[in-house]
Design a protein around this ligand. Sequence first.
Ligand code: NIG
Ligand code: FE
Length: 433
Amino acid sequence: MNKRPVLLRHAAQLITLQGTSEQPVTGKAMSDLHIIEDGAVWIEDGFIQMVDTDESVTAFYRDRLHEAHVIDATGRVVTPGLIDAHTHLVFGGSREQEYEMRLAGKSYMEIMNAGGGIHNSTRATQAASEEELYELSYKRLNRFLQYGVTTLEAKSGYGLTLEHEMKQLRVAKRLHESHPIDIVSTFMGAHAVPAEYKQDPDRFVDIVVNEMIPEVAKSGLAQFNDVFCEHGVFTPEQSERILRAGMEHGLLPKIHADEIEPYQGAELAARLGAVSADHLLRASDEGIRQMAEKGVVAVLLPGTAFFLKAEAANGRKMIDAGVAVALSTDRNPGSSPTENLPFMMNLGCQTMGMTPAEVVVATTINAAHAIKQAHRVGSLEKGKVADLVVFDAPNYAYMQYHYAVNLVETVIKAGQIVVEKGRLTDDLSVSSA
Ligand code: NIG
Ligand code: FE
C-alpha cells in the first residue's frame, strides 16, 4: 500500500459521475458526466478522500501538499477506472484457424455445431493445468490494465464438468488475489451442451442444476450464474430452469440473450429480474421495453458484432427506451479476442448510435451496476476505491474521435500507480503468488 497520499491535479475534464451509485443510469442522464474542469483528487489509503476543483482540493490540504505524490493531469481527461462487465477471461488455447474458416464463409454456429467453437476451447481448457490457465489469464489481465480496466467480471464455461468449471473459478479467485485488477466471478456451466449430451440436452441441464450449481454456490467462488440462451444451445425454458436454480442458491442471474437469433431472451431476463442481459443484437422491442421496466442492465458487446460481422445491438434504441446500457469486450477466444475496452467505446459510437458521453457511462458506472460493484467503484467520489485513468485526450469526445489507439497514460488502482506513460509500472510479469 502506498504510504504517501496521491494528489492528481489540474485535470482538464475530471469525469466524476457523482451521485450515480444507487441506480443504473438511464435515458438523458447518460449524457451527464458530472465534469469538474481543472479538477483534482486527493487519494489516501487506497480510497478517494476528496474530489473537487484544483483550487479547493489544494486549499483544503494546503498543510499536507508536500507529503503527496503529485500527478499533473493538465490538458488530460480523467475518468473512473474502466469496468469490463462481461468477459470469458480464463481459458486455454486460441482459435485463429476458426477465424480463417469464418473469413472463408463458415458461420460461427456451423463451426460450433461441428464440434469446434466453444467445444474447441473446452477441450483446451480441460487439458490445461491450473497453473497454465493462471499464467495465460494473468497476461490477459496485464493487457486489460494497460487499456485502463481496473475491475472485470470473469465467467467460467469452458470446463463444462464440475471439476473443470471449479478449476476455472479457482484460477479467477487466485488472479483476483494476486493481480491489481479486481475480478468478480460468474459461473457459466451452461455455456454449451457437451457432445455426449447432444441427443439428450435436458440430462446436461439436470447436471448443471442438481450437481454443479449447489457445489459452486457452496464454494463461494461465484456471485452470478449465466446461461447461453440461444437457438441450438439452451432453450428459454432450459435457461429459466438453470437461472432459477442459481437464484435458489443465491447466485444472481445473468443471461447471454438474443445474440444470433431472436429468442425471447430479453423477455426472460425481465421476468426473472436478471441483473443484466447481455449481447441483445436481436432483442425484440417488447423485450427491450420489459427490460427498461424491470431495471435490467443491457450489457452490449460491439466487438463481438464487429468480429462476427453481424449488425450491432441498437444501443440508441435501448437508451431511448429507458434501458441502462453498459459496454464490454466479451473477451473470449472465439467471438471477441480483445482486451481493448476503449475500442468498444469507439464501436459504441460508430456502430450503436451512442454518444461520446454515453459510452463513458457505459464502461464505468453502468458496468459497475451490471456486476453489483457500484457501491465501491465506477465513479469518482469520496469513499470509493481510488481507481482512476488519465487519458492523453483534452476532452472526452476526443477519446472517441482519435479511435483505435491506446490513449491511456496513467492508471491508478486502489491508490497505486500501476500504469505510467502507458506502461505497467511494476514487475507484473507472472508470479506464482
Ligand atoms: O459471449 N455466446 C457465447 N459465448 C461467448 C463466445 C464463446 C466462444 O466463442 O468461445 C460470447 O460471445
Ligand atoms: Fe459472452
